[in-house]
Design a protein around this ligand. Structure first.
Ligand code: NAP
Length: 248
């Protein structure tokens, strides 16, 4: 049977690009999304037309009950899970730290941090040889912001991604002897809709001069790194934070 991959936040951007590459490599896929049912359905149709086995499941990764239902849907459809790509993430409008309120901080941490932890928990419960599983791989989508800090834009988001880096390091060690590899990619400035949600759709054009390669990245360039970390080609790599950031 095909290896089964769950991609959270697969309706658009880096998640959708990862789904397209994974389908081409023969993975069976669970495409998670939150609000954009239209985009998820379109991608699902596209992948199924090309012969892939896939389902799309709506769930807010920050909601524990919805995450449980998401993994139950995978159990029912596929009966196994080999790869979790913890990709769902969000940021809020650009502002300085002194203007951030607690409600915003709670939202940013809930989706980016709690969501990734909850999905990792469910994946470990299924993959760990300690629990009768066959092992697997977890790829967390962090951000180069964890290293750069995102001053004047979203330090809260950068800090949330810093937490993902620490989770990657700790969980990699925790489950290394149980057949699970845990790694992260840290994308730089990538051409997706996330910048519009920060209030600056043209952000890639503004900041590209600060990228050593002089350009923004494409979602597929991040997806290639995710697919490598998920694959047996990365069989001795765990606890790595792989920068996919044009040299930044
Ligand atoms: P995007 O185009 O805005 O897509 C975000 C995806 O996450 C969508 O599929 C969205 O689902 C989903 N999502 C958001 N909140 C969710 C929730 N609570 N539960 C489930 N799914 C949720 O973003 P992107 O640029 O592809 O970002 C993907 C990942 O890469 C994120 O973790 C982001 O932080 C990280 N990243 C991006 C960049 C960049 O420059 N683009 C750089 C560094 C890191 P709906 O479509 O249903 O709303």
């Amino acid at each position: 049977m095909s290896r089964v991959m769950l991609i959270t936040g697969a309706s658009r951007g880096i998640g959708a690009a990862t789904a397209r590459l994974a389908a081409a490599e023969g993975y069976a896929l669970c495409l998670n999304y939150h609000h954009r049912q239209d985009a998820a359905q379109q991608l699902l149709d596209e992948l199924q037309r090309s012969g892939a086995r896939a389902i799309a499941v709506a769930a807010d990764v920050a909601d524990e009950a919805q995450v449980a239902a998401l993994f139950a849907a995978i159990d029912a459809e596929f009966g196994r899970l080999d790869v979790l790509v913890n990709n769902a993430g969000m940021l809020e409008r650009q502002m300085r730290l002194e203007d951030m309120d607690a409600a915003r901080l709670a939202r940013v941490l809930a989706v980016n941090v709690t969501g990734s932890f909850l999905c990792a928990r469910e994946a470990v419960r299924r993959m760990s040889t300690l629990h009768g599983g066959n092992g697997g791989a977890i790829v967390n989508v962090s951000s180069i912001a964890a290293k750069l800090g995102a001053p004047n834009e979203y330090i809260d988001y950068a800090a949330a991604k810093g937490a993902i880096d620490s989770m990657t390091l700790g969980l990699a060690k925790e489950v290394a002897a149980e057949g699970i590899r845990v790694n992260a990619v840290r994308p730089g400035v990538i051409r997706t809709e996330i910048h519009a949600s920060g209030g600056e759709p043209g952000r890639v054009e503004r900041v590209k001069a600060s990228v050593p390669m002089g350009r923004g990245g494409e979602a597929e360039e991040v997806a290639q790194a995710i697919l490598w970390l998920a694959s047996a080609k990365a069989s001795y790599t765990s606890g790595a934070l792989l920068d996919v950031s044009g040299g930044r």
